[in-house]
Design a protein around this ligand. Sequence first.
Ligand code: ADP
Ligand code: ZN
Length: 759
Amino acid sequence: MVVSDHSGTVDLVSSPAALASVAVGRPVRGEFTYVVPDTLSGRLSPGQRVLVPFGRGTALGFFLGPASQPAEEGIKLKPIQRVLEESPSLPPDLIALLRFAAEHYRYPLGEVIRGALPPGLSKAEDEKEARPDVQHFAVAAVTETPPELRRAPAQSAALAYLLAVGGRAPVEEVAHSIPGGRETLKKLASRGLVRLEEQVLKPGVREGLAQGRPDLLTPEQDLAVKALHYSLDMGGFQTVLLHGVTGSGKTEVYLRAVEHALAQGKGSLVLVPEIALTPQLVGRFRSRFGSDVAVLHSGLKDRERLFHWQALRKGTVRIAVGVRSAIWAPVENLGLVVVDEEHDPSFKQEDKLRYNARDMAVMRGKQAGALVVLGSATPSLESLENVRRGRYRLLEMKHRVDDRPMPTIELVDLRIERPRDGGPVTEEAPILSQPLLDAMQQTLDRGQQTILFLNRRGHSTFLLCEVCGLTLKCSECDVCLTLHRAASRVMCHYCGLATPVPDRCRECTGPMLRLGIGTERVETEVAERFPQARVARLDRDAATSGERVTELLAAFARREIDILVGTQMVAKGHDFPGVTLVCVVMADTSLAIPDFRAAERTFHLLTQVSGRAGRGKDPGRVLVQTYNPDSEPVKRVLAHDFEGFAQQEMEWRQALAYPPFARMAAVRIEGEHPEQTAGVARMLGDFLSRRMPPPSAGVRMLGPALAPISRLRGRTRWQLLLKGPTHVALSPLLARLEAKLEDIPAGVKVTIDVDPGAM
Ligand code: ADP
Ligand code: ZN
């Protein structure tokens, strides 16, 4: 009855009652069947946006393909009203991926699709073209920042950004990353430091840029590149885990693979954890591939998103580099998917469709028949287990480029090297031990740079009454308030609530002690100890915008900062050759979180931040202050023993049936009224326990129980955990639960989080 011709257009003419499967862009589950009216026969292609009657009105829909006759007789089906675009917004491999995501994460398909599309295409309107095929580029006319810009920080930052990304980038991208936006670029243009160019994008046209392409690969890079080229030549889906130590040159391997895919006429998709923090990586792609690269970051405007979507869809741009959500980019003829820092928790979306972009990347590769490369210095245990089971192929790079040595890592036992002098615990008690101070002084004397890492922002992380022991908590959340001294506020890091700093306890009027350290306090102490040094801080308080981040990182790269204090923002893939000393102020902060991944996260963070040291010609040194020198992750990082750590952690996970040896789903129940919320949690607990498969299936339910943070933004939170040997074992239960969500009373919100990230 329904045939599909080679162009993908579905010919529904021959049948009097041709039916179409449509995902409706509303929060409703499943796919809907509509009739294809005669006027539309021959004009429908899968992936097209259509207008359909829905409820009492109309809704945006996505035509997915022909539907079979509905099982029930006598259902009155409605016709599709209109087609909103000629060529489909969604390519076939992406439709397959979106369908998979809706099913796997238990989220309404229409909403999944709407969330993936740029806002311009997620409304029930006819297609508009953003600005077809023309893009404006800013091109640097100099190779370094001239002294005349010293007094123009915005222009200086703009030029620094442009130089960092390879000297040429779309105006819109530079404007987003700098203060003053387009105006700043115009000023630079009037000084003759930047040229503004218009370019018509054409499919397959390469400018032959290839700037900064090293002639020689390291032997390990060479092997990895050959292996990837071979896989690309063979064609088809395969997943490779590229495990390369920090500084081993993984980016160059990705670039060569992208080059090869391009030469085959295929597109590439490259996912990175955070673009503002890694302009250098974007730069390497830009200098190699020029306008063949679309950079997709969270700051794009609606129109820019639409522009990139259409350019990728038409194949005028063939490489997409972006953060998590770029996994939905409609790259034409996809041949390669790269996920850099595949272990990074930011690939997991913690809102709406709670997908993991790393996992979706593997699935996308499967749907498109593409090569998937997951790269990391510290691969996730999930990926390692997939290697062990023979699903992924392992490629290793154990040496740094030019055989630069790995940094030496030394421990400072805070139980012995107490920085304080036995006096009372006060706000001013020092944090930096003598070995740290000595090493920092030496580094300064040599004119080299230091990174100081602490994974907590603010000044003091809690306030406690000296008399009655009351800790100051957020009125809306079950968490302690953090003192931000520069802002003279105490703040909640969960809901953002900020209030004046109390001097006295509100219960007993006793004095409040300021305990627990944050980056703000470290910065203050460093500035006092080293008055001659240029000190800066990089965390979410200091760098409130992408612009500030770019400015700070550019200044650090130009060596205008001697000591950079920061949170995990300083740990990410930066490549600063001037950094020879990295100090971890307190290795213990991430060990204490109630999450089965706490040790793994600690190991990853410590390795990543250590990897910033000694990337240039001078060797690097890492000092780690800790109260837990015997903890597994700390000991293993010290010995550069990733294998040992992974093995031990695997044994523990297996014994306790945690991922990667089990699959989990968290059910979160949130509501305004504590009793009502608890009632719904118990009701769902009963509902699920009555539907549990027989014990032999190995599925277990934990809870319902109050969540670790039992109140957030004034709402009570409960959770339920489901654990099973495989996703398949859990999925019937999750399907039932999803159907049950329709009966949840107003005022309570229930979300299903499949393969949860943080617990
Ligand atoms: P990783 O991502 O593995 O930590 P990078 O890709 O950042 O490492 O590479 C580390 C440094 O080595 C970068 O400065 C990069 O430009 C340089 N590099 C990479 N490959 C080569 C090569 N074959 N020859 C010379 N330098 C290289
Ligand atoms: Zn709060």
